[in-house]
Write a protein that binds this ligand. Sequence first.
Ligand SMILES: [Zn+2]
Length: 351
Amino acid sequence: MSGRLEIATKDNMAKRPLSSARMTAMDWGVIGHGWAVDLLRRQHARGTLHHAYLFTGPAGVGRRSLATALAQSILCLAAPASGEWCGECRACRQVPAGTYPDLHVVERPEDKKGIGIDQVRELQRSLALTPMDGQARVALLFEFEAASEGAANALLKTLEEPSPRVRLVLTASDVEDVPPTVSSRCEVLALRPVAEREIADSLERRGASAEEARELARMSGGRPKLAMELLTDPAKRDRRSSHSAALEEAMRLDLAGRFALAEKWANDEDLDERLSTWAFLLGEVARSTGGKGQAQDASSARQAIHAVAGTQEALRRNANVRLALELLMLDLPTRIGGALEPRAVANAPAR
Ligand SMILES: [Zn+2]
């Protein structure tokens, strides 16, 4: 039920040199979203925290990190001040790992499309119990846009009858993707992509060179989680560059060449990552084009995004992989103007 949560703790940050003071109190260890951290800390200090929050934003932007930081601030057993955490107590050590008994993490089981009604019912049984450490119980429900209708309806009961000792944090891509009966009972915080400068600064604090930090921040498109993954996982960085080069190659080829690629990729273990990388890179192109004389490029990029999204959807519905890829090859435009991304920086030495 609990996955590992991505958030800075003293333990996992110790691997890289940094000034530790910044990682705990002021920014809650969250990269970017200073306004949201400030707001939540203020609400906490004034005792006006809401019963339920919905954090929205694109994947990798930091919704989980912020949700986990909020949970940590609520559950810390030795907070130096209201709305802060100590970073050392049992709660502070166990919340980021998802193992603290008063923290309940609910997310999509690997073999399911989304959170199910049974998971919500089980959560409700746990939330009804007195907190183990006497403070509160906090539930984090991730990717709630994919929750089943039954799960969303079941959760309404918890949202409509708030207990002062229970806090809920839901995450979703967009508020529109969550039933209005649920979102209207939550305080909604919409997280936007983080400024490249902020991401680059935080990568430098984690040991990246200035040039590497700038490059990875740019490649991340404002998503700190992706930037951190690219920093700590050179193999992912290589795969990403190769996915980007492959898409450019496919667009250059004639149909026979494209179908040969489709056949090759049909057995690709990284197909999910390949398609999400394409969707992301094409999205960046669509955002950065559209100016004077670029209307054609923007329209081609949108056509490609549509084709990739259609393939992802078909694969979620268990379509035949090779057929889905061949359809994609038919729909891809021949060019989208310019490179998808400048080649990545030379690989940093393995860490
Ligand atoms: Zn603590």
